[in-house]
Design a protein around this ligand. Structure first.
Ligand code: AVJ
Length: 320
């Protein structure tokens, strides 16, 4: 029997309070916006898994998987970690490549907001890797980071390009707090999507089968359920826009009509004009020099950068 521990690092009431606060602030703002973390209820997480492993236009999913598969041994050799921490671990599906390549690994610390996802991923992992200690953390890594005292050196992995969901100022904050968790010899493995031609980028966020559109609209269903709101997702269009100045993709929900939507739990009624956009996600894309600079500003050194042959995506290894 291998140990499977679980700690909630963000209490449930704090998650709910954050949702209320985000929706209240974002929908009163002009232009309207919502943070992307609220996409990921059970249905949203399922749609996200479909995007990363089944949508042909979504190159980041398979490309990161390919880099992990082919470079796992290099990554493991560069770190010799005894603990792997993973932020936003989700299904931990791609993590298997890393785990299998890390002979010194004793503990795996997945962190995710979804308890059910963690339980499922943890059990799958333990079945394959008896002897490994899994200490799952249920929480929101933007609300503070707490790590159990597992053996060092540690590798903290933040994959999938999720760092791109944060605004530059938020990225600086997260990278600095990650740096403060690193001891000498520890490493940070960061998955980043790279700047490329606009058509490829847009297609990845607006696939033909509409899986990404359904994923985007799901945030309205989440708000309907959690805050007793009355959004009709069918009255919004999914839109993906490339901002060449900021070098990020924006996903938006565009109201087809002029309408008012009640959000009962907030005692709020939100007015949309016809064609008005609600921004639901930014997904920043990186360049080598910008990434190096950003890491340096947070006190981190870029040690290695692994890319796929087409230069679509990169895994960066940073140390303090
Ligand atoms: C998980 C944030 C990296 O931005 O590409 C996928 C989420 N959004 N399709 C991304 C996402 C639309 C994804 N990240």
């Amino acid at each position: 029997m291998s140990p499977f521990l679980m700690t909630r690092t963000t209490p449930e009431y704090a998650v709910r309070a954050a949702l209320r606060d985000d929706v209240l602030r974002g929908l009163k703002a002009s232009p309207k916006w919502l943070p992307p973390k609220w996409f990921y209820d059970a249905h949203g997480s399922e749609l996200f898994e479909r995007i990363t492993s089944g949508v042909p236009e979504y190159y980041p999913g398979r490309t990161e998987r390919d880099i992990l598969r082919t470079r796992a041994a290099d990554i493991a050799a560069a770190t010799r970690a005894r603990t792997l921490v993973e932020l936003g671990s989700g299904s931990s599906e791609k993590t298997h490549y890393l785990l299998d390549a890390m002979p010194d690994l004793e503990a795996y610390v997945p962190l995710d907001v979804s308890e059910s996802t963690l339980v499922q991923a943890g059990h799958t992992l333990l079945a394959e890797r008896p002897g490994l200690t899994v200490h799952a953390l249920i929480g929101d890594f933007t609300a503070g980071l707490y790590l159990p005292g597992t053996p060092r050196p540690r590798l903290i992995a933040f994959l999938g390009g999720t760092i791109g969901n944060l605004l530059p100022v938020e990225r600086a904050g997260l990278l600095s707090s990650l740096r403060s968790l690193l001891f000498p010899g520890d490493g940070l493995l960061l998955g980043v999507d790279l700047v490329k031609d606009e058509d490829t980028l847009i297609a990845a966020y607006d696939d033909r089968d509409g899986v990404t559109a359904a994923f985007n609209k799901n945030v309205l269903t989440v708000i309907n359920r959690e805050l007793d709101a009355a959004f009709d997702p069918d009255t919004f269009d999914h839109v993906a826009v490339w901002d060449p100045r900021q070098e990020w993709i924006e996903m938006r929900l565009r109201s087809r009509t002029r309408q008012r939507v009640k959000i009962a739990a907030l005692d709020l009624e939100v007015a949309f004009t016809a064609g008005e956009d609600l921004r639901t996600e930014i997904s920043a894309k990186f360049r080598d020099d910008g990434l190096t600079r950003e890491l340096a500003l947070s006190g981190l050194k870029l040690d290695r950068l692994w890319k796929d042959p087409d230069g679509l995506y990169a895994l960066a290894l940073a140390t303090r």
